[in-house]
Design a protein around this ligand. Structure first.
Ligand SMILES: C[S@@+](CC[C@H](N)C(=O)[O-])C[C@H]1O[C@@H](n2cnc3c(N)ncnc32)[C@H](O)[C@@H]1O
Length: 412
C-alpha cells in the first residue's frame, strides 16, 4: 500500500520517493488520517478514489494534507528576506520607476499557509514609500487545499511571527482571538490559488516579475524538479527574477537563466547577457551602490539613507526592555531630524498606541496624512483606530473623529 501511495505522489506531484522513509510516511498517514483509516481496506478504498481524481478532489487532498511538509513562517530566515529586498526588490522597483511604471506581479510558488506571500507584501509596504500608488499583485499557490484555506484566513499563532519584530507586529498585524491577523494593507496585495507545479494548466497565467520558489524543489524528485523549473520559467517575465534557496537548485536547473549567488539567497534572471556570457553574474545592485555594501533594512524606503535606518532595532530593544517612554523620545528625536518622513510618523503612532495614548496616535496619523494623503498605512490605521474607539468621548469631543473618518474613508 505504501508503495502505491508513493507511486501516485511521485507521478502526479513529483513528491516523496526521495525524501520520506516508509516509517515516516506511515507516521504521517496515521497522524493525518487517523489510525482507524489506516486499516487495509479503508486506506485501499481511499487510495482508489484518490487515484482517479483531479488534485483538488476530497480524497486526494486528504492524502496531500497528511503527507506534504508545509513548515514555514513569516519573514522566515530574516536575513534571506533582507537579501531579497536588496537584490531582487530594490532593482525591480528601480527598473519600474525608470520605465515610468508602478506595477509589480509576484508569485510565491509553494507558499504553504501563505506566510511567504504576506512577507513579500510586508517588504513592499515598507520599501515603497508610495506603495498605495502601485498596483502590487502577489499570488501564493500551493498543492494543499487546507494550506490555501489557512492562507486566505491570514491568522497566525505567535510561533509563525517569531522573526517579526514588535514594531512590525504592531504595524502590520492586529490582535485576533486566534492569534495575529495580517493587516488589511498587506492582504490587499495578496491572493491565493490551488496549483500543482507539475501541471502548467493549473498554474497562474501571468508573466511574473518575481517568482519565489523556496523550500519546495528540495522535496521533489530530480525529474520533477526539472519539470517544475521548466514550468516556472514559462511564467517568468522577460526581465523577471526567480529566487530559491541554494541547497535546492543546481546551476543547470534554470538554464539559460543567469545565476547570482547571495549566500542563502540564490537568484536567477533572464537577461540578454545569458546568451553571450552565460556565467557572468547579473549586476543586480543599483549602479550607485558600492559592491559589498551592507544589506538595507526594508524600512529604509527611499534610495537616500534616512534616520529610520537602524532605528527599528533600537526601538525594538527599548520596547523589549519595557522602556516605551524612551522609545517615544528616541522616535521623536528622529522625527525632528526628518520631519517629512511619514514612515517615522507612523512608527510614532505605533508607539503611542502601544503606550495606550490613542488620542496622541490619532493626531500623529492625521499628521502623516496631511504630509502624504495617499499614505496607505496611515489611512488604514487611522480607520482602524477610529473604528476601535467609535463612540469614545475622548476621540469624538473635538470633532476630530468625524474629520478623521471622512479623511480615512475618502482615501481607503
Ligand atoms: C516547506 S513548504 C515551503 C513554504 C515556503 N515556500 C517557505 O519556504 O517557507 C513546501 C510547500 O510546497 C508545496 N508543494 C510540494 N509539492 C508541490 C507541487 N507539486 N505543487 C505545488 N506545491 C507543492 C507543499 O504543499 C508545501 O506547502
Amino acid at each position: 500500500m505504501l508503495g502505491s501511495i508513493r507511486a501516485l505522489f511521485v507521478e502526479r506531484f513529483g513528491l516523496l520517493a526521495a525524501t520520506l522513509q516508509d516509517e515516516e510516511l506511515l507516521h504521517r498517514l496515521i497522524t493525518g488520517l487517523g489510525p482507524e483509516r489506516i486499516s487495509g481496506a479503508e486506506l485501499e478504498a481511499l487510495l482508489a478514489q484518490a487515484a482517479g481524481q483531479p488534485f483538488a478532489g476530497r480524497e486526494i487532498q486528504l492524502l496531500i494534507e497528511a503527507i506534504t511538509i508545509r513548515e514555514t513562517s513569516l519573514l522566515r530566515q530574516l536575513n534571506w528576506f533582507e537579501k531579497l529586498a536588496r537584490h531582487a526588490v530594490a532593482p525591480l522597483v528601480a527598473a519600474r520607476r525608470a520605465a515610468g511604471r508602478r506595477d509589480i506581479t509576484i508569485w510565491s510558488a509553494g507558499c504553504a499557509s501563505g506566510e511567504e506571500a504576506y512577507s513579500v507584501a510586508l517588504i513592499l509596504a515598507e520599501y515603497l514609500p508610495d506603495v498605495s500608488e502601485w498596483t502590487i499583485r502577489i499570488i501564493g499557490t500551493d498543492l494543499c487545499a487546507a494550506a490555501i484555506e489557512a492562507a486566505r484566513r491570514g491568522v497566525y499563532q505567535s510561533r509563525a511571527l517569531r522573526e517579526v519584530s514588535d514594531v512590525r507586529r504592531a504595524l502590520h498585524f492586529r490582535q485576533h482571538r486566534h492569534g495575529f491577523e495580517v493587516g488589511a494593507h498587506l492582504r490587499a496585495m495578496v491572493s491565493f490559488e490551488l496549483c500543482n507545479l507539475l501541471d502548467p494548466e493549473s498554474m497562474p497565467s501571468a508573466a511574473f516579475d518575481l517568482i519565489l520558489c523556496r523550500n519546495v524543489l528540495m522535496h521533489l524528485e530530480p525529474v520533477a524538479r526539472k519539470r517544475v523549473a521548466r514550468n516556472l520559467l514559462g511564467r517568468l517575465a522577460p526581465h523577471g527574477v526567480l529566487v530559491t534557496a541554494p541547497s535546492e537548485a543546481t546551476p543547470e536547473l534554470f538554464h539559460p537563466l543567469v545565476r547570482a549567488d547571495h549566500g542563502e539567497l540564490l537568484l536567477f534572471q533572464r537577461t540578454p547577457l545569458a546568451t553571450t556570457t552565460p556565467h557572468m553574474p547579473v549586476p543586480l545592485c543599483p549602479p550607485d551602490e558600492p559592491a559589498g555594501a551592507p544589506d538595507i533594512p526594508f524600512m529604509a524606503a527611499s534610495p537616500a539613507p534616512t534616520p529610520r535606518d537602524g532605528i527599528i532595532a533600537q526601538l525594538d530593544d527599548m520596547i523589549s526592555a519595557g522602556r516605551l517612554g524612551d522609545a517615544r523620545r528616541h522616535c521623536a528625536q528622529a522625527m525632528a531630524r526628518a520631519p517629512l518622513d511619514t514612515g517615522l510618523i507612523n512608527l510614532m503612532a505605533t508607539l503611542q498606541e502601544m503606550d495606550g495614548d490613542h488620542e496622541g496616535a490619532l493626531l500623529t496619523l492625521r499628521r502623516a496624512l496631511r504630509l502624504n494623503g495617499s499614505d496607505g498605512t496611515a489611512q488604514l490605521r487611522l480607520a482602524a483606530l477610529l473604528r476601535r474607539h467609535r463612540g469614545k468621548k475622548a476621540l469624538g469631543a473635538d470633532g476630530c473623529k468625524r474629520d478623521g473618518q471622512k479623511e480615512a474613508h475618502r482615501r481607503v
